[in-house]
Design a protein around this ligand. Sequence first.
Ligand SMILES: NC(=O)C1=CN([C@@H]2O[C@H](COP(=O)(O)OP(=O)(O)OC[C@H]3O[C@@H](n4cnc5c(N)ncnc54)[C@H](O)[C@@H]3O)[C@@H](O)[C@H]2O)C=CC1
Ligand SMILES: O=C(O)CCC(=O)C(=O)O
Length: 419
Amino acid sequence: MSHTYDPYTNVIDTMTKAMEIGHIDQSMFEILKNPQRETKVYLPVEMDDGSVKVFEGYRVQHSNIRGPFKGGIRYHQDCNLNEVKALATWMTLKCAVADIPYGGAKGGIKVDPHTLSKRELRSLTRRYTFAIAPIIGSDTDIPSPDVNTNPQTMAWVLDTYSQLKGHPCPGVVTGKPVELAGSRGRNFATGRGVVISTKLLLAREGKQLAGTTAAIQGMGNVGANAARVFYHRGVKVVAISDISGGLFCEDGLDIDTISVFLEKENALLKDYDAPGIRHISNEEVLTCPCDVLVPAAMENQITEQNADQLRCSYIVEAANGPTTEEADAILEKRGITLIPDIFANSGGVIVSYFEWVQNIQELTWDRDQVNKMLEKLMSRSFQSILDVTEECHCSFRMAAYIVALRKLVYTEQIKGIFP
Ligand SMILES: NC(=O)C1=CN([C@@H]2O[C@H](COP(=O)(O)OP(=O)(O)OC[C@H]3O[C@@H](n4cnc5c(N)ncnc54)[C@H](O)[C@@H]3O)[C@@H](O)[C@H]2O)C=CC1
Ligand SMILES: O=C(O)CCC(=O)C(=O)O
């Protein structure tokens, strides 16, 4: 039966199932069911025409059981508290799966940033930073980019926060420009991690990246960088899309040329053309024939409405929460193997961790060192997920949740919350 999609219900239901399958102490669940803190702020901004507009913003701090709160900031017209709660919860689970010493948080502002000038966007970001400044900091809560935010946004957050404190505070955000103490490799990291996840999955089945076909929904930071790394590793990227629609080419798209086109301001795929390319809808990108489907846009894209029509063998979730619970069940029945978001897109937060470590130690690592360490950490956490699929005879999603929940429960127990 179809119902209104609620990402927070999705994550809580999935956690509930994982607690049962993984035989995890249920008493802990009451703690993880609710975020530790939900902050809602109202942000007045003077617009370019002299009027004043008030925007709604959020920062949800789900858990700091395993370390400081950590997670991105999203600007989107549909952003709301429930979505941010789900995203914050996924961060807690993701950092536990990756085995990095962070908890989970997420922030957002309900705004379509494409309707604002650069000055308005900067004012809004500064207002938001002032509003959440009392609850963020290098050892408390460390934001980073997410949908419609980027290194420029992080530079504004960093500058505002540092002015408030009266000294440079590079460790307060990650995903900063390299010139402002950002890490080499962070911008590519989530996309690179998606490719590492795909490689690990295929290797387990005796297959290789080269020669595989992929379709990617969303050509932003994550999707576009995954597409580039795939392309350079010999993957045939047959379909891609952005908010304006999709492109398809059976022989594989020229991702380098398309990437150059997308770097122009306000570039949209609907305006791209080249011989042999067919313009298709966003829905068709999801259902086109390919080996690996990579949803890299928003939540709620693979649903009970289209799960039956997918023509891929594997799904690698680059976005957070792209698959609904109902769709998950259909995919499992159909034998489509899915690598879940809390592992597949963990490359971003893993390299954020490296950035923070470099900031604290006042060191800089080179790109090779970052990429090597990223691959090492992801291989290690993939193995821990694989072990649980074998122990509990469950899907990769269930196994990843079990890995995370066991660590969270154990940490809580050794800290001594329970008698
Ligand atoms: N930026 C990061 O480091 C990380 C991002 N993620 C997740 O990855 C996903 C994408 O994030 P970013 O690439 O950073 O965002 P972005 O803002 O850079 O790009 C989003 C892309 O998706 C497209 N898009 C938006 N709605 C769409 C729709 N309905 N259909 C098709 N395309 C659509 C946009 O046109 C754009 O190409 C989100 O779920 C985010 O939470 C996860 C981990 C880290
Ligand atoms: O890099 C980070 O801190 C987190 C990125 C993020 O928001 C995510 O993984 O969903």
